[in-house]
Design a protein around this ligand. Structure first.
Ligand code: PHE
Length: 459
């Protein structure tokens, strides 16, 4: 397969790694992981999650990158060109990926918008100054019930995302993500240093690494598997697309390991920032925080600290920076397909995809406004639009896409061509390739199918 032209390739191997890390490291690690870890009992959940990162995450990330790099094309074309038979049927994995990416971005951008509104509130003194959790919850509820504000920020996030994607691979995604990740790690390290000075730090470490089996249920296993895909941006072609901009010399397996390790470290650090501050504020039941843990509980606890207001602004700036590198990778998937399969120019493709996703995000933003697609009145299968899209895309479609990719590796792709992606770069030679192949084609699909059956209550 011919390599893409230099302007549609990463400028350096580091640039690719940082972009992949930027995609992975987002609201999933910083906002979602701390509260689901707290809800599912801390340590044991973290352990299961780590096992899934190793058995599902790393192999699948390498698989997606290898498919992308080998085909040098966007998801839909990639599965088609590489399949030795039934090309059209295998292409459907790519189509599902595009649909999933579009759906995820449509509501992910709304959540990224929350962090911008909280950043505004914290900078303008709009957050409560009392020590009353209800006052904070009030602010959150008020935001959810303000469709105008939610839509405004959703559009702002989509515009920022489209601006980066429109500038292209090297000059846009790579350059901007490098900056975003540098800022992100700097903020994260400062916050960690700060939380280490709190007396509650040790208790938080014990919580994150100690076993609390009583809160760990069979649901927790599903939650851990789903989150492993979501947090590593797997199952919808983002890593495949980024891999397709990679030259033939760089290694995919080493990148997959590095990105997974860094994303996991960042998720654990997020817990070690959020938990000590929260416990320090006198809140003992971390698991009660739920999705509001970072938006309500953390600011409530942080405001009591010296320069609390500043720290709160820093946290929301961090959330936005992290979210933006992920939204960029989500938008790049449909854009690359429009360029590759429909011959559109990058700018046109970006405008079209971003426009459609902005519109699709509207019902998500209206999900809490009574009378619209909300929990109040219109419910679809008993859920609000936001919950429905979140559940369908993040839990079901990502796992389905992941399973499809495992089967593609097992049955559709030429084994020699695949091996070349690993062996060419001397990434440990054939033995390592065989281990990877076995995990991707046997272990991962079995886990995914078991998780599916369990979710459907088959056993
Ligand atoms: N991995 C991102 C996060 O953790 C979310 C994401 C999912 C991005 C799927 C791209 C694709 O926030």
């Amino acid at each position: 397969m011919e390599e893409r032209k230099a302007s549609s390739q990463w400028g350096s191997r580091l640039g690719f790694m940082v972009a992949a890390l930027g995609s992975a490291l987002g609201l999933g690690s910083l906002w979602r992981f701390p509260y689901i870890a707290a809800e599912n009992g801390g340590g044991l959940f973290v352990l299961v999650y780590l096992v899934f990162i190793v058995l599902l995450g790393v192999p699948l990330m390498a698989a997606e990158m290898a498919i992308g790099r080998s085909s040098q094309s966007s998801p839909v074309r990639a599965y088609g060109t590489l399949a030795t038979r039934h090309k059209r049927a295998w292409q459907s994995i790519g189509v599902l990926g595009v649909i999933t990416g579009v759906l995820i971005l449509s509501y992910y951008s709304v959540v990224a918008g929350w962090s911008l509104d909280y950043l505004r509130l914290s900078l303008t003194g709009g957050l409560p100054t009392s020590n009353d959790i209800d006052a904070f919850k009030g602010v959150f509820d008020e935001l959810l019930k303000s469709p105008g504000t939610l839509l405004f920020w959703h559009v702002v996030v989509m515009l920022c995302t489209a601006w980066v994607v429109g500038r292209g691979v090297k000059g846009g995604i790579e350059q901007v993500t490098e900056w975003l990740m540098a800022i992100l790690f700097l903020i994260l390290i400062v916050l960690l240093g700060y939380s280490m000075t709190l007396p509650t730090f040790i208790d938080s470490v014990k919580f994150v690494f100690g076993f609390h089996a009583e809160d760990f249920t069979s649901e927790s296993v599903l939650e851990a598997a789903g989150h492993a895909f979501f947090t590593l941006s797997l199952g919808m072609g983002a890593m495949l697309t980024y891999g397709s901009y990679l030259d033939k010399r760089s290694g995919v397996l080493s990148t997959a390991v590095l990105v997974s390790v860094m994303d996991t470290v960042a998720s654990l650090v997020a817990c070690l920032v959020v938990f000590p501050v929260t416990l320090n504020g006198g809140i003992t039941e971390l698991k009660e925080g739920g999705p509001g843990l970072v938006f309500n509980t953390l600011p409530l606890s942080a405001q009591a600290l010296p320069f609390g207001g500043v720290w709160i602004s820093v946290v929301f700036a961090l959330l936005f920076v992290a979210a933006l590198a992920s939204t960029v990778s989500l938008l790049e998937v449909p854009v690359s397909v429009l360029i590759d399969s429909f011959g559109l120019a990058r700018r046109k493709a970006t405008a079209l995809a971003a426009g459609v996703i902005t519109l699709l995000g509207t019902p998500a933003a209206l999900s809490w406004t009574p009378g619209f697609f909300s929990a109040g009145m219109t419910k679809i299968f008993g859920k609000s639009w936001f919950d429905l899209v979140d559940n369908l895309s993040a839990n079901w479609f990502l796992s389905l896409g992941a399973l499809g990719t495992c089967l593609f590796i097992a049955f559709a792709m030429d084994r020699k061509q695949l091996a070349a992606e690993f062996v060419r770069n001397h990434e440990g030679g054939r033995k390592l390739f065989q281990l990877w192949f076995l995990t991707t084609t046997v272990v991962s699909p079995i886990i995914i199918v078991v998780v599916f059956l369990k979710t459907l209550n088959v056993f």
